[in-house]
Structure formats: C-alpha cells, structure tokens
Design a protein around this ligand. Sequence first.
Ligand code: NAG
Ligand code: NAG
Ligand code: NAG
Ligand code: NAG
Ligand code: NAG
Length: 345
Amino acid sequence: MELSAIPYATVLLLVLLPPPCSSNDRLVPGEVLSPGSTIVSDGGGFTLGFFSPSNSTPSKLYLGIWYNDIPQRTVVWVANRETPATNSTSSVPTLLLSNSSNLVLINNDGRVLWAPNTPPAATAVLLNTGNLVIRSTNGTTVWQSFDHPTDTFLPGMKIRVSYKTHTGERTVSWKGPDDPSPGSFSFGIDPTAFLQTFIWNGTLPMSRTPPWTGYLVNGGQLQVNSSIILYLAIVSNEEEFYVTYSLSDGSSRTRYVLTFSGEHRLETWRSSAWAVDGKWPANICSRYGYCGPYGYCDNTEALPTCKCLDGFEPTSLEDWKMASSLRGAGERGRCDAMMVSWPCR
Ligand SMILES: *[C@@H]1O[C@H](CO)[C@@H](O)[C@H](O)[C@H]1NC(C)=O
Ligand SMILES: *[C@@H]1O[C@H](CO)[C@@H](O)[C@H](O)[C@H]1NC(C)=O
Ligand SMILES: *[C@@H]1O[C@H](CO)[C@@H](O)[C@H](O)[C@H]1NC(C)=O
Ligand SMILES: *[C@@H]1O[C@H](CO)[C@@H](O)[C@H](O)[C@H]1NC(C)=O
Ligand SMILES: *[C@@H]1O[C@H](CO)[C@@H](O)[C@H](O)[C@H]1NC(C)=O
C-alpha cells in the first residue's frame, strides 16, 4: 500500500498513539496527555493535568499544575489561562509533544490553545519543584513554567526584572475564584527603583510588600512558624535583579499567592487547609501613597493613623477635628477622609 493511500486520520492516530514505555513524569516526542490522565513529578510533589474550576458552566478545561500530595486541589500554574477548552465529548484538548518536537496544547478541532515557542524539544518533564521544563536534545533547558508564573510564587522560582529592558516576570492574579484568566493584580519587582516589591492594581502601585522588608529586617530569614524557616535570596547579576526563596528541610507546603482580590499571601498547608501566615497589604498603612504627600501612616497605634511629617501640618483643621471624632469608626473610613481632604502642607 502506498503511503498516500493511508487515510490522514490513521496517520494522525498513529502519531498520537503513545509509545509503550514511558516515564510517568514526562512527555517525549509522539506522546500525549489527555483529560483524565496526568503526569506526576518524580517524588510525587506535583501533578500536571487538565482541570475544571468548579462552578464554571459550561465546564471549561485548563491545563495546569497542582500539588499532588495534598487533598485540596490547589492549582499553582495554568498554561491556557485565556484559551480554555470546553469539557464535552465533542471537544477534546490534548497536550502533545509532536514528532516535530514542539509542545502544543491542541483541541481536536485543530485549534491551538497554547504552545510555548521553543527550539526542537526532546522532552517535557515535570520536576518535583512544580516546574514544567522543556529540554532540547542536548539536555539544555529551553523553556520552563517557572519563567511564566501564574498567580503563585513557589520556592525556587525567580521573580526578576531586567536592568536593560526594565521588564520581568510578575505573578498575575486570577480574575475570580473560578476564573484563571488574568485579573488586574500583579506582584513583582519595581522596575524603576529595583529595590522593592510591589502589588499593582492594573498599572497603579497598590502596596509595597515583603519578601523585601522581611529580608531587610531579618537578614534573609523569615521564621514562618516554629517549624518552618523561609530563606530569601535577593540576587543581582549583570543582567538582572531577582528575588527567590527556599524553605527549611521538612517544611510543609508553603507558597506565596496573589489572590483574585489583590492580596499577596504567604500560606502554609496545615493537614487539612491552607493557613495564612502573612498577607499584604497588611493594613491600610501599607497602601501605597495612602496618606498623601508629606504624610505618613503610623501603624504603631491600635488604629493605623495618617500623620504629617515634621514641619508639615494638615491643610484643614476642621477636617482634622472631624477625623478625631471618627476615631474608632474603623481605619478605612478615617484614613479615606484623611486621604481626600487632609493633605499635609
Ligand atoms: C469533564 O466532564 C465529564 C463529564 O461531565 C466529567 O466526568 C469529567 O470529570 C470532566 N473533566 C474534568 C477534568 O473536570
Ligand atoms: C517521527 O520522528 C521519527 C524519528 O525522528 C521519524 O523517523 C519519523 O519519520 C517521524 N514521523 C513523522 C510522521 O513525521
Ligand atoms: C543545545 O541546544 C540549544 C537549543 O537547541 C542550543 O541553543 C544550544 O546552543 C545547544 N548547546 C550545546 C552545548 O550544544
Ligand atoms: C483596583 O482598581 C479598580 C479600577 O480602578 C478599582 O475599581 C478597585 O477598587 C481597585 N481594587 C483595589 C483592591 O484597590
Ligand atoms: C507550624 O506549621 C506546622 C506545619 O504546617 C504545623 O503543624 C504546626 O502546628 C505549626 N506550629 C505553630 C506553632 O503554628
């Protein structure tokens, strides 16, 4: 039989059929990953597979990475944030390391949902750090999910900014609890000053955040709780500036996550749920520019309070008195009033 006589679908099927022997933590050329099957990192820490965020109808399918060793599915990375597949019998997405050696997430209607742009790849392997790595035939890493964060800053990941381009990776929040598409909040290094990390709301800086302050105060170590130490490294080389962290041996699962509501959180898994060990903005005082020019936020008091720097005074004494009478009415209302009508002069 001539090759041309073989129906195209048969050829496609042959190409799609996985070779018999394969490691469970990777794809090699010709192998596929379909909904219902998963890849588990060597060590059992993380899973790569398809998931549907609950409550989404019609059910949308995303390719993602989540913890394999905790019962509550916690997604740390999503490939096709903006191009979900539909979970139905007529629409089936497949992750394929094609024979021509490109990793591609393709729908059965031929639509490409996601494809990292890489030189020919020999393997796509899920490491036990939660990093999906594509390696070329000579073993070089040509692409890694750690360079393309979603909303989670994992141990070993680098959040960086380039000196030359002033751009770098940021974590970007989900849009909602069941919507992995990019929300308006992002976390990263300030590309103009390099010396601080920020949460942005769109293009506006919303809050300064640790790990920076933690580093400055504690010389790189953050005692998360009695059994977990977080080691922070801030590295500057010729090209870039980055922040990364690792955890003490035997630490339970710990991660930084930027929630859909714009909170940057440090969370630890405690047997049945995530516990919040830190969150930013911590209070109204950590909001960027909250007390206006010449003002500062004093959070040493029970209620954070806007005050004027030495040599400055509130522009309106009436407003100042009114604000004093609002004491106890809640930090938000008081600070808002200050922000709006009491700039210092
Ligand atoms: C897709 O839908 C089927 C049928 O409703 C369901 O059994 C399956 O769990 C769904 N897949 C995912 C990844 O949620
Ligand atoms: C797939 O790759 C193998 C090995 O490189 C090659 O021999 C074969 O011709 C390729 N098949 C197709 C359909 O491209
Ligand atoms: C390995 O492969 C990559 C991508 O194909 C290429 O850029 C690099 O130069 C190669 N390295 C060596 C040492 O051959
Ligand atoms: C973020 O910005 C949007 C649009 O300007 C605004 O409506 C929203 O309140 C802001 N969210 C926070 C948490 O500041
Ligand atoms: C510290 O974290 C571990 C692991 O999450 C937990 O079991 C332990 O109760 C925590 N200890 C304190 C003092 O919070």
